[in-house]
Design a protein around this ligand. Structure first.
Ligand code: TRP
Ligand code: SF4
Length: 350
């Protein structure tokens, strides 16, 4: 099947640095699966990083490299999908500007993450124009590629909804014949299993409770050792319940059914200890991580950036095609490729 027969999907990830198991289960593993059935565009959203971290850009390059390496390690394959860097495709900024012209400020102010993040991230000044406009940048990211689907987790659904509203508004103002220039994409909801971090809360970089894709076996085992368990199981002789234990949740995601049976039976009868049970969970994690780490180690950071460079060229072609339609629909003045004056000057120089 060629790219042209497959429905197109687009998704992005911020350059947060090394990815953790939560990023893997909540997005990346799903992207890897999509590669064969869809024409995939995946990008690193470095402009988005600026919306909240404009004051600290010193890690942007390294974080971008780490994410790109994790992607390759997880099995995203540049032969089968387009992997690119947002800022290397200037059309994202261009389409964002067009959207900023047509979007009422009130639409942006009522995006729930706007107030939430301003309240939560009090150490950052998020009263900026760019932070308010962040959902428009995301709408531009998406609509630039005219995708059928946007694979995201539940937390991003409101942003895709707003993207659809922006597309509708654009298409109302600007038409190219009967065809819609910016078709409304649909959410392709990524099923994300409950994945607790070592402290029992949702695994998240900001909680410092993550297991990273690059964690060595010894690190994984150490992190598991200190992981919280069913609070009712105080002593080795107390029975516990894997359904009330974060380690139990890890087993549910990563362990085979037979192992799961041993965990349920052993924990509820207190015939296994938590140390043994955590050892089994660590076994399952190590088994998932080993092939990812092996593949990751076969790339250098500069090779990973080269993958993004090549992918950005392909993305740019796609983006240019959309922007040319956008320009026509918006009836923007179009200058000829080469002006008469240039032609004369070129002649004179000869
Ligand atoms: N906002 C997304 C996040 O924080 C990242 C993102 C930016 C994105 N642009 C996108 C996701 C376009 C999907 C499509 O995770
Ligand atoms: Fe949790 Fe396993 Fe201990 Fe039960 S035995 S409380 S599932 S760690």
């Amino acid at each position: 099947m060629t790219g042209l027969d497959r429905p197109r999907v687009l998704s992005g990830m911020r350059p947060t640095g090394r990815l953790h198991l939560g990023n893997y289960m909540g997005a990346l593993a799903n992207w890897v699966k999509l590669q064969d059935g869809y024409e995939c565009y995946f990008f690193i959203a470095d402009y988005h990083a600026l919306t909240t971290d404009y004051a600290n850009t010193e890690n942007l390059v390294r974080n971008t490299e780490e994410v790109a390496l994790d992607w390759l390690g997880a099995g995203l394959d540049p032969e089968r999908c387009v992997l690119f860097l947002q800022s290397a495709v200037p059309q994202h900024a261009d389409l964002h500007l067009r959207f900023s012209m047509i979007t009422p400020v009130s639409w942006l102010e009522r995006v729930p993450t706007y107030k939430e993040q301003q309240e939560n991230l009090t150490e950052k000044d998020l009263s900026t124009y760019g932070f308010l406009g962040y959902p428009l940048l995301q709408a531009a990211d998406i609509l630039l590629y005219q995708p059928k689907f946007v694979p995201v987790g539940q937390d991003q659904v409101v942003h895709v909804e707003l993207t659809r509203e922006i597309a509708r508004r654009f298409n109302q103002f600007y038409k190219l014949g009967e065809r819609e220039v910016l078709p409304e994409p649909q959410v392709l909801l990524t099923p994300s299993p409950k994945l607790p971090g070592t402290d029992g809360r949702k695994m998240s970089k900001s909680y410092g409770n993550t297991i990273e894709l690059t964690d060595a076996e010894a690190t994984v085992r150490q992190k598991l050792k200190t992981m919280v368990t069913d609070p009712a199981r105080v002593r080795r002789t107390d029975a516990g319940d894997p359904d009330l234990c974060p380690v139990g949740d890890l087993h549910k995601v990563f362990s085979a059914p037979e192992r799961m049976q041993q965990v349920y039976a052993g924990c509820r009868s207190a015939s296994i200890g938590c140390i043994e049970c955590k050892g089994w969970a660590a076994d399952a994690l190590v088994q998932i991580l080993a092939p990812i780490q092996e593949r990751r180690a076969s790339f250098t950071a500069s090779q990973a950036m080269e993958v993004l460079r090549a992918g950005s060229g392909r993305a740019r072609q796609r983006a240019e095609a959309t922007m040319s339609e956008v320009d026509q629909a918006m009836r923007m003045p179009k200058l000829a490729e080469q002006s008469v004056l240039q032609t004369v000057a070129a002649g004179a120089a000869l």
